[in-house]
Design a protein around this ligand. Structure first.
Ligand SMILES: Cc1cc2nc3c(=O)[nH]c(=O)nc-3n(C[C@H](O)[C@H](O)[C@H](O)COP(=O)(O)O)c2cc1C
Length: 197
């Protein structure tokens, strides 16, 4: 069958598209609110952009005609941390995705703790084994209502030594969680190898 996106409404397009690009890694982003409290929220429209220097991007939609708190904070501070979502913190991640009022610390709602970043002011989530301190590179505004594609450079990786060996993170130990079409998620438990002869 063929589906022309012009023939379906916004919600149907969202449901279809998010069931097609799967599984998606989840950027669990921490930023600083203007009162100094921490904001946290997950974003699965997330990708690597370049590897050297490492740059990543995630896309934040508008809510009630305005940028969501994460985008608002990044526009002001030009920095953020991307924390990874894994089997052990996925329920907490879900709690932080709630539509909380600006200034409410989602990490407190989810009983999570923060560590002080080294190069930026936004803290990282201690319960996540990989945290990437990022500096904003650019924001691409696209669509109507506006989506904010946030592109940042990773300026410091925090990696739990228990999952790291010889320059890489062991995917068996990381236990990354992916987002599928709502409300589905996936664990990574069938990893295989392919090598050129
Ligand atoms: C797993 C998951 C992935 C999400 N991905 C996105 C996304 O890519 N873009 C987006 O705008 N919202 C996404 N959301 C919704 C936001 O997390 C949610 O709107 C949140 O309240 C935004 O918080 P903020 O206002 O503190 O930035 C996602 C939610 C979940 C649970």
């Amino acid at each position: 069958m063929n589906i022309d996106p012009n023939d379906i409404d916004r919600k149907e397009a969202y449901n279809l598209f998010t069931s097609v690009i799967v599984p998606r890694p989840i950027a669990w982003v921490t930023t600083l609110n203007d009162d100094g409290s921490t904001n946290a929220a997950p974003f699965s429209f997330f990708m690597g952009v370049t590897s050297y220097p490492p740059r990543l991007a995630f896309s934040v939609s508008s809510r009630r005609g305005a940028p969501k708190d994460t985008a608002k904070n990044i526009m002001r501070t030009e920095e953020f941390v991307v924390n990874l979502v894994t089997k052990s913190n996925v329920e907490a991640m879900f709690i932080t995705s709630g539509d909380y009022e600006y200034g409410i610390d989602e990490l407190r709602q989810a009983k999570l703790s923060t560590g002080e970043s080294e190069k930026i002011s936004a803290p990282y989530i201690k319960e996540s084994p990989v945290n990437m301190e990022c500096k904003l590179e650019k924001i691409v505004e696209i669509g109507e209502p506006t989506n904010y594609m946030i592109i940042g450079e990773v300026i410091l990786f925090h990696i739990d030594e228990a999952i790291y060996s010889e320059g890489v993170v062991d995917p068996h130990k990381l236990q990354s969680v992916g987002r599928m079409g709502n409300p589905l998620y996936s664990n990574v438990n069938d990893i295989f190898k392919m090598e050129r002869p």
